[in-house]
Design a protein around this ligand. Sequence first.
Ligand code: GLY
Ligand code: MN
Ligand code: MN
Length: 440
Amino acid sequence: MSLMNEIHYELRRKKLLDSLEEGVVILSSAPQKIRSNDTEYPYRQNSDFYYMCGFKEDNALLVLIKTKEATKSILFVEPYNEEHALWNGARLGIEKAKETFRVDEVHDINHYTSLIKDVLREHIALYIDLFDDSSWIVQAKNSAKELHETRGVKRHIRAIYDVTHLIRTQRLIKSQEEIQLIKKAIDLTAKAHHEAIRASNAGMYEYELQAKMSYIFLSNGAACEAYGAIVAGGNNANTLHYIDNRDVLSDGDLVLIDAACEWELYASDITRTFPVNGKFSEAQRSVYEKVLDVQLKVIAAMKPGVKRDWLQNYSEELLCQALIELGILSGECKTLLEEKAHKKYAPHGIGHWMGLDVHDPCPYVDDKGESLRFTPGMVMTIEPGIYIRADDVTVDEKYRGIGIRIEDDILITEDGYENLSAMIVKTVEEIEAMCMGEVL
Ligand code: GLY
Ligand code: MN
Ligand code: MN
């Protein structure tokens, strides 16, 4: 049974309407996408739409209306259809949607076109996702513009606003129920990483480790990976978005795995890097321990009130210092940071919000453009990495081809943080013991 219930969605809609002036909000479901010819990608609902109503079908719209006197919520859905039920499965339909969702009205999506112009005629503002190019939203925008330009209409739309910022600001702070769903995703992801660490052997293919992890996700009920899995042996780890996963794993190399599952639309996002043959070389170990040290220090600094920007700068200082200590960079840390010299080996940010989307599109700055301060309920990944390409002749040969990232999912709590993925092995000793088959 889902942890979320209709009351949660109703409260979110109320909060959204409380945060805006009079007007009409229209949110659309995600389109069904064609993969090739007449086969489709597995369907995944639009996160903002889902956050506001919990409806998982396509061809649906949520319309929220706010006047000075009252509010109204309307869900537009596809009616039940025998043909669709035969080929693709039964739709919930209008009557059942009325029974299930705590909205004021449920209508047939096919009536949206004729209804929306009349709805907009009565109101002064339209709130939409400005980047949504679905025909419903384009139609609403066009109707609003037409009404705006029509003389003699008593009350008509005066402005079109973006609604996503308001929704995504709500999405920043996760409820207890959302945290439970993220934890469930992480639990399965932890099992999958441990399985990969135990199974790894020279001569295996990257995709074999991916398959072992996918088996754990799917056989335990997760719908899918939260993002395209990265299983990168050796120098492949230095391609940040390597998702080919077709190479053989070589003795003496590391393998970087950035893979995680989605549970009830909530993501997890975990990276571990370990030796293919179970034993870190001296050079691999020294880089690994630097990355781990940076990660632990950054996580330890997380607590309410700390600015996300400060954490980013702090992580860059730590990574730059680590690169100096390894002998990969030389010079004054301050100067190297100013020159952004560390970016060659540590090019990406320290982390991102995570929730319904693996890269949750919640704001990073407040309305004044100031970096947000951490607040209990926020979830952010912490994922420092050092990447040294095999063809980088400016670096000592022993380091070439090493790419290491360590990533955990961190919840901000009242008095600090909780590492939601703390159960996944991470020290050199733990990883080597697990590779050797020791039960941890
Ligand atoms: N897995 C994507 C990321 O770490 O941001
Ligand atoms: Mn990440
Ligand atoms: Mn990741």
